[in-house]
Each structure stands twice: as C-alpha cells, then as structure tokens.
Write a protein that binds this ligand. Structure first.
Ligand code: IMP
Length: 450
C-alpha cells in the first residue's frame, strides 16, 4: 500500500504536518524530487523542527529516503541530521545512489543567474530559493551531473569534476563576465578542494550505511508488506511540466514524479492513495501570476497582512514574506486532474476564522470567455480576471477542542466552505488542519485505512 502526498498549489500548503501524521502509519517515507529548497515545519509536542531535506517522517522515527529524483546537498543533509541528533532524535535517513548532488558551484550559479536576470529589468527572475536546484537538474539533464554513487568512488568523482568544473568556471568568467580572483566564490570552482570535501562526504555516507539502490530497496520493503509514503515537496503549480513555467522549480512535485523519482512502478503508486494538500487560501513565494492576490487596495493589503501574520506566511527556507490570495478553484481542478487525487486535506482553516469577508475564485474571465482551469501560458494566466463567489464567514474557534471532538465541531460555515470545495473539485476531504500542531488536525479518513 502506498500513499502519495502532493502539494496542490504553490508549495507551503502544510504538507509536513500530514506527512508527519500519516507517516506514523508508514514504514518508509520517501521524498521523490527537489532538494533543500523545500521547507517543512513539523511541530511535535510543542517542539518545532524546521527541515528542508530530511523527510518529515524522520521526526517520528520512520525510515526516510531521498529518492533518485531528488537533488541532495550533503552539507545540508548532515547539518540537519546532526541537529536532530543533538535534540535527542535518531533519524534514519537513506539516500538513493542515483540521486544527483548539489555541488557548491550549483549554488553559486543559481545566485549569479538570478542576479543577471534581475539586472536586465525584464522581470524574468524566478525568485529561486538560491539553493542550486535548477543548475543541478540542468547538469542531470545535460549528463554532466555528479551522483551520490560517485561520492563513493574517488577516482570517478575526480573524473567528473575535471570534466564539469572548468565548464562552470568558463560560464561564470566568459559568459557572465565575473572575475573570480579574490572572490570567496572561487573555492566552489576548485577541483582539488571539491574533491577532498566530497570524498570525505562519501566516506561518511558509506560509514553510516546511508546509500541505497532506491528502486530495489523499495521493492523489497513492499514485498515484505511494508507501507510506503511518498512525500512530494513544493506544489503542482511550480511543477516544471504542469506548473506556471518559467516561474517553476526544476522537478515534478506532481504524483507522476513519485514513480520516476523513486523507481517504483506506475501501477504501485496508482493502486494506492494520492492526497492533495490544499491551503484554505493561497500563498506564493517568488515571482509569477497570482490572480486572486490580495493587493488591489489598502484594505486588501491589510487583509493580506492579517492572514500572513496569523498563518505565519514567511518562507521556511528564505524567511521571505509570502504573497497572499483567496483560494483559487481553477488551480485546484488542474492539480486534482494532473495527480489523480483520491482525497484532499485542507489546511489553515483556523487562519480564515474571524474574517469580515470570505471569497473563493470559481473560474476566470479571459478575453470575454469564462474558463474553469488554468491557462497553459503565464502570459494568458496573468490576464485572467478571477470570478469570485462570496461564502459565509465563521468565528474564531478552539482548535484543540475541534480537533478532539471531530468534524461536526467545526463551525457550520467552515464545513460549508470545505464541502463547497470538495464538490467543485469532485474529491472528498480526508482531513482538515485547524492549527499548526500535528494534533490539531481533524481526520475524516486515514488514507492507509482505505
Ligand atoms: P528553486 O526551486 O529554488 O529553483 O525555485 C524555483 C521557484 O520555486 C521559486 O519561485 C521558489 O520560490 C519556488 N519554490 C521552491 N521551493 C519551494 C517551496 O518549498 N515552497 C514554495 N515555493 C518554493
């Protein structure tokens, strides 16, 4: 049995809380794409854990795998593991030998490329997290990447670095015109220094028996009857294929990514449950359209500020304030179709309590026509005018009491909101998040029981 958890919007839907909750019923939790651009905040018994690479389930002692579809920054990985150990946890994290490694030069290049785009005033910078994600996937597709397995073989690693690094240096110096002399970024392009550091990283990975053949490992675990949870990072609308290109990340957060990014069969994921995580409103870090954004006038901006503060809408990885908008159903319809959701979990329902007005976007108007899904191009999406439906608001409620008493204890208008959304996207609600702690979730269906 597998459960795949996918972000339905633009990332930051609160996937961590659900992965952590349902991860307790899983034997293995697998991340299948992305890297340390993801930010999961897991709150457990009042303690807060901020993770960007270690799968959230690790906080609960479940085996966490970084699948072959991930890009792994080993410095981040070891820092997170060491921090968790210092806090008394003993995370069991394995890394696919086919996963690609984020090298220091990838991070430098991510920064330079964004700076260059920002300087030309065309507004085409993506607003990346600066973690080197795009440049690492570029090298993967360009067949010049360094894989985790290469860190275990110093000779192979040297060969790969000697091929790739001079190209990167030339890119920085000859294409971007930067002089690396006396620049502290130069170290990222020093083959010997890189070889030494990453060979040591390989030794630690080997000593701690952290690397796996992911496909084979998961096959054996499934044969043994174990339950697998696939943890998507980011969200559908920043998927490189199905998202808002070019304002996307460089991987596939949608459910198909779980198959390719871990080496399990498509029928395995398809036989299981696929749950979309939805935030009850929208937030976006970085550039790109957001048709329902609350930024029209001072009143809307004040409302966005209120939601941002209440919902803690500041980037986990970058600390950037997130842009805020009303829930957008065309975006959810697209997400439900692309990943084939069997259910959704709607988070942050508590954040919307006590508002004077509550709107949901049910469709868009574009060139005089009404459409119910997201256009394929950024240019068309940008021109969409949202069509809103105003729904009843609800008062503040006691999240802990609601979590304990169950769905019927939610205010009637909140249930009306959830049922409206479920109906519009033709997908049942499996869980409702009413607060940040794992306990503050109303569960209607545990997907592992389905
Ligand atoms: P990158 O993944 O760092 O290359 O960034 C590409 C785009 O994805 C930017 O708009 C980022 O803000 C966005 N992004 C990447 N990771 C996350 C995430 O975990 N949550 C929300 N947005 C993200």
């Amino acid at each position: 049995m597998t459960l795949t958890i996918v972000g339905s919007q633009l990332g930051d839907e609160g996937k961590g809380a659900l992965v952590d909750r349902w991860g307790g019923d899983a034997d293995v939790v697998v991340r299948y794409q992305g890297g340390d651009n993801a930010g999961h905040t897991v709150v457990e018994g009042g303690a807060e854990y901020k993770l960007s690479l270690v799968p959230s389930g690790a906080v609960r002692g479940t085996v966490g795998i970084l699948g072959n579809g991930c890009v792994v920054n080993p410095r981040t990985l070891f820092t997170e593991i060491d921090d968790l150990r210092e806090r008394g946890l003993d995370p069991d994290v394995r890394v696919a030998r086919r996963a690609h490694v984020i090298m220091p030069y990838h991070r430098v290049l991510d920064g330079i490329e964004e700076e260059v785009k920002a300087d030309d005033d065309a507004g085409d910078e993506v607003g990346t997290t600066g973690r080197g994600i795009g440049p690492t996937y570029e090298d993967k597709a360009g067949r010049r990447g360094v894989r985790v397995a290469d860190l275990l073989a110093p000779d192979v690693l040297r060969e790969k670095l000697e091929y790739a690094v001079p190209q990167k240096r030339a890119l920085v110096e000859d294409v971007y015109g930067l002089d690396l002399t006396d620049d502290d970024r130069a170290e990222a392009f020093d083959v010997d220094a890189l070889h030494e550091e990453f060979t040591r990283i390989g030794e630690r990975l080997a000593d701690e028996e952290m690397t796996v053949n992911c496909s084979d490992y998961l096959y054996r675990r499934r044969e043994a009857g174990d339950r697998i949870l696939f943890e998507g990072a980011q969200g559908t609308h920043i998927d490189i294929d199905h998202g808002n290109y070019p304002f996307v990340t460089s991987s596939n957060p949608t459910a198909g990514g779980a198959v390719v990014g871990s080496g399990v069969g498509v029928t395995t994921v398809g036989d299981g449950e696929v749950v979309g995580i939805v935030k009850a409103y929208l937030s976006r870090v970085g550039s790109g359209p957001l048709p329902t954004e609350l930024d029209g006038d001072a009143e809307e901006e004040a409302l966005a500020d209120e939601i941002r503060e209440k919902g803690g809408e500041f980037g986990t990885v970058t600390g950037r304030p997130r842009r805020i908008g009303w829930l957008d159903l065309p975006m959810l319809r697209h997400a439900a179709r692309v990943s084939g959701f069997t259910g959704v979990a709607v988070n942050h329902v508590d954040v919307l309590a006590g508002l004077d007005e509550l709107k949901v976007c049910t469709g868009y108007e574009l060139d005089g026509e009404e459409i119910d899904t997201v256009p394929t191009t950024t240019e068309r999406w940008e021109r969409c005018e949202p069509v809103f439906e105003t729904l009843d608001t609800w008062d503040e409620f006691d999240s802990a009491a609601v979590a304990e008493d169950g769905y019927d204890a939610l205010p009637e208008a909140a249930r009306g909101y959830l049922e409206f959304v479920a109906d519009e996207i033709d997908t049942p609600v499996y869980a409702v998040g009413v607060g940040p702690d794992r306990e503050e979730t109303v569960e209607l269906t545990n997907p592992f029981d389905e």
